[in-house]
Design a protein. Sequence first.
Length: 154
Amino acid sequence: MVNEEKVKVMTQLAIYEQRESKQEIKISKYYKHDYMKYHGLNSVIASTFGFLLILLCVVVVKIDYIMEHINDLPYKKILVTTLAAYAVFVFLYYVITLIVTGRKYEKIREHLIAYNRNLKDLQKIYKEEENASTETITILEEKEVKKDDATIDF
């Protein structure tokens, strides 16, 4: 007879394994702090390249003005402003990355906790079925022994 609870749990496990398990199990091998730091470092590198691209675009757009006033530009002010903008840009990008990755890690942990709970439920179902089949075999053996005892004549 088909155990509906067993089928339900196995279906949930299969759906999870097909959709998300590989990536989530890989992420779960990290501690939360390490996972967030890793992505934070990646975001600093990516935001630096992004800032340099934005800066390059600004220079290309303003190239005529820069060439006309090359001797009169306040380079120190431009450098300080650019570095301050860079620091703010990278800091905001880093903070946003930490928030997003922290939430993602917690969501993955919830999924893995549910997955592990389903695995334990399935294991419990298998043990119950094994115990039930063992009990059935024991009862059948006892009946055979009683039949054998009843048929023995001295």
